[in-house]
Design a binder for this molecule. Structure first.
Ligand SMILES: Nc1nc2c(ncn2[C@@H]2O[C@H](COP(=O)(O)OP(=O)(O)OP(=O)(O)O)[C@@H](O)[C@H]2O)c(=O)[nH]1
Ligand SMILES: [Mg+2]
Length: 268
C-alpha cells in the first residue's frame, strides 16, 4: 500500500501564465489515448494571448496504433496546431520533437515551458529529450516523484526546458479532472470514479476489460466484484467483496497504461 500524500501540489493558473510568460515556446503535453480530454483550451488561449508558439505533443503514443497517432496529428494540424507524437518511455519521436522546438523557436537558445494535465508524461518527455533521468516522475497523481515545483533542465546547447506541476483545466473533461487531479488514496468515491472509467473505456474498446483482466462482464460493479474476490479483498465480517480496493486498482492500472483503450479520431 502506498503512503497517503499529506498534500498534493498542482499548478495555479497564475503560475501557468507566469511560466508561459517566462518561456519562448509552450510544449503542451497530451495523452495520445485521449488527446481531446487532455487538451486545455485555456493553455492554448494563454499561449495565443502571449504570442508564444505552442507545440501539441501526443505522448504515450506506444499505447495507441500508429495510424491513430497519425490521424490525431493530421487532425490537429488541420486545425492549425503544430502537433507531433512521441513515446517518452520508448524514447521515440524525440528527434522530431527536438527539431520542431527549434523550428518554431523565435530565437536560440530557446526556453520551453512544458505544461499539461497531471500524468501526461511531462517529466518523462524531458528525460527522454535529455537522454537520462533528470526530472522525477511517478505513476499516479501525488505518488512520490510527481512534479511539485518548477525545474529548469538543459537538454542541449540550444534547448532549456521548464518542468512544471500538472494543471487541471476547469473547462476540462470531468472524469480526467478527477482521475488525474486526485491522489488515488484520497478519492472520495473511488467506486463511482472507477465505474465511470470502466464505462468510458468499454465505449471506446469493448474488449479492454477482457484483455486487461480476462473478465467478460460489461457491468462495472460486477467487474469490480470479480477483481476484489480474485485478490481476496473481502470485508472480514461479511465476506462481501471490497469494491473500493478493486476500484483503486483499476484507476492505478489505467494510469499504468494496462487497460488497452484509445479514442479513434475517425469515430468522433
Ligand atoms: N506507456 C507510456 N507511459 C508513459 C509515457 N510517458 C510517461 N509515461 C508514464 O506515465 C507516468 C507519468 O509520467 P510523468 O513523467 O511523471 O508525468 P508528469 O506529467 O510529469 O506528471 P506530474 O508531474 O504528476 O504532472 C509514469 O508512470 C511514466 O512512466 C509514454 O510515452 N508511454
Ligand atoms: Mg512531472
Amino acid at each position: 500500500m502506498s503512503r497517503k500524500p499529506r498534500f498534493f501540489r498542482l499548478m495555479s493558473w497564475g503560475e501557468v501564465r507566469r511560466v508561459i510568460d517566462s518561456a519562448d515556446v509552450v510544449l503542451h503535453v497530451l495523452d495520445a489515448r485521449d488527446p481531446v480530454s487532455t487538451f486545455s483550451r485555456r493553455v492554448a488561449e494563454i499561449a495565443r494571448q502571449q504570442g508564444k508558439p505552442m507545440i501539441l505533443l501526443l505522448n504515450k503514443s506506444d499505447l495507441v496504433p500508429r495510424e491513430v497517432a497519425e490521424a490525431w496529428k493530421n487532425r490537429f494540424s488541420r486545425d492549425g496546431y503544430t502537433c507531433v507524437y512521441a513515446s517518452a518511455t520508448r524514447r521515440q519521436g524525440t528527434l522530431i520533437l527536438r527539431r520542431t522546438i527549434k523550428r518554431v523557436a523565435p530565437r536560440l537558445p530557446v526556453t520551453v515551458a512544458v505544461v499539461g494535465f497531471p500524468k501526461t508524461g511531462k517529466s518523462s518527455i524531458i528525460n527522454a529529450l535529455k537522454g537520462r533521468h533528470s526530472a522525477p516522475t511517478s505513476p499516479y497523481p501525488g505518488s512520490p516523484g510527481y512534479t511539485r515545483g518548477f525545474q529548469f533542465i538543459r537538454v542541449d546547447r540550444d534547448i532549456l526546458l521548464i518542468d512544471t506541476p500538472g494543471v487541471i483545466p476547469i473547462e476540462g473533461d470531468q472524469l480526467e479532472r478527477v482521475v488525474r487531479g486526485t491522489p488515488v488514496e484520497l478519492l472520495e468515491d473511488p467506486i463511482g470514479v472507477a465505474s465511470m472509467l470502466v464505462k468510458r473505456v468499454l465505449e471506446r474498446n469493448p474488449e479492454a476489460i477482457k484483455k486487461a483482466y480476462g473478465i467478460e462482464s460489461k457491468d462495472p460493479d460486477e467487474i469490480l466484484s470479480i477483481i476484489a474476490a480474485r485478490h481476496g479483498w473481502l470485508y472480514k465480517k461479511t465476506r462481501e467483496p471490497l469494491l473500493e480496493e478493486a476500484a483503486r486498482k483499476v484507476i492505478r492500472d489505467f494510469h499504468d497504461g494496462l487497460i488497452p483503450y484509445f479514442v479513434d479520431p475517425g469515430n468522433l
